[in-house]
Design a protein around this ligand. Structure first.
Ligand code: PLP
Length: 375
């Protein structure tokens, strides 16, 4: 039996999702899965190989350290760092052979100096803020200026002009369409000067939602992990959940009415019942907000998390006639028989999104890769 808890990473499902998304693209559109934040909590080291094998053309990450990590297992795959880099991180990113995002003249100057010092030519993706209001420049003239700098400096290479959608997961597509059209318009102008420059914009939701958002490259994150960018059932888009999260029953005890389980006595037995203690808690990423609200699967049945989630344990009301025994597997995310708990469902009582649920599984939980063989 494993220690406390483990997250299983179904690499066959990951490969399936990558192929599924790739099948939605025109021949000449690059697929650039996003493996930032340790592959959305799935364990980037497990995921890189499967993603590359299934047809990723490039991998995106958010930080220089993440680029180094991916490079350590994928010596050849093109990389893109989409996040902001501190001057002290630039060398790490470019030594890993990553392209970088830029939207500021001072940053481009520092990047060029460091590229020159390292004797490298660095691909630059100039970020155009078409409406996210976060990173990037909202000024199209400045985008073109930065593109010129990247195109003319001997240690820089103009790779792309790109943007990021703020609302691609929403039913109302009008703002997404506005952002898309802004990029398309500027892209047309840029291509008169730089015929080779690529354009990219699409996250998972835009990849699935609108082919006109694909441009030359797409950057799906959440969908490659088999989660639904729209927060519904990933099966709607032929995506298979990659991560499952498990622990096991460490104790089963009979409770009389009035007995309580856990800190603060927030749950008390109303009738005779049995209560399981499971050695997984908020220290592992089972959010405390699931106290008396979450569910788990044991023996193919759903049971409520009863009582307060503590750092190392949860308690589960099994009902009076339960045959659950010490050592039985407990599934917090994933399926048992006909029953399944999706990350999308865990997110609901927490008032959050599937992304945060898997990113929140803490480093204390080992990630175990399954299905490493191609297929
Ligand atoms: C995280 C991220 C993505 C992927 O978004 P999903 O919604 O997970 O598909 C794409 N582009 C950028 C710039 C990102 O930061």
């Amino acid at each position: 039996m494993y220690e406390r808890a483990e997250a299983r990473i179904d690499l066959a499902a990951l490969r399936h999702n990558v192929r599924e998304l790739k099948s939605r693209l025109a021949e000449d559109v690059e697929l650039c899965p996003v493996l930032k934040a340790d592959a959305y909590g799935h364990g980037a080291l497990h995921c890189v190989g499967a993603v590359a094998e299934a047809g990723a053309d490039r991998i995106a990450v958010a930080t220089a350290k993440e680029a180094v990590l991916v490079r350590s297992v994928a010596p050849d795959i093109p990389l893109l760092v989409v996040g902001a880099l501190a001057p002290g991180e630039i060398e790490m990113a470019i030594s890993a052979g990553a392209d970088v995002a830029a939207w500021d003249p001072g940053f481009i100057a520092t990047l060029a100096e460091q590229a020159q010092a390292a004797g490298l030519v660095v691909g630059v993706h100039v970020k155009y803020d078409t409406g996210m209001g976060r990173l990037g420049t909202p000024d199209p003239e400045q985008v073109l200026e930065l593109a010129r700098t990247a195109a003319t400096h001997p240690n820089l290479r103009l790779a792309a002009i790109w943007t990021h959608f703020a609302t691609a997961d929403e039913e109302d597509t009008s703002f997404r369409d506005l952002q898309r059209d802004r990029l398309a318009e500027l892209g047309e102008r840029a291509r008169r000067e730089f015929p080779e420059v690529k354009l990219h914009a699409a996250n998972s939701a835009a990849l699935i939602g609108d082919e006109a958002c694909h441009f030359d490259l797409v950057r799906p994150g959440v969908a490659i992990y088999g989660m639904d960018p729209f927060g519904n059932d990933p099966a709607d888009h032929n995506l298979r959940p990659v991560l499952s999260f498990h622990s096991w029953v460490a104790s089963v005890r009979d409770f009389e009415p009035g007995m309580s389980a856990g800190y603060g006595r927030t749950w008390q037995a109303e009738a005779p019942t049995r209560v399981a203690a499971v050695p997984v808690g908020y220290g592992d990423g089972v959010r405390r907000g699931l106290s008396n609200r979450g569910e788990v699967l044991i023996g193919g049945r759903r049971y409520p998390i009863s009582g307060t989630v503590s750092m190392d344990n949860i308690t589960v009301d099994l009902g009076p006639d339960s045959t659950v025994r010490v050592g039985d597997e407990v599934t917090l995310i994933g399926s048992q028989g006909e029953e399944a708990i999706l990350a999308e469902q865990v997110a609901i009582p927490l008032d959050t999104i599937n992304y945060e649920v898997t990113c929140g599984i803490s480093p204390r939980v080992p990630r175990v890769g399954l299905g490493a063989q191609a297929g």
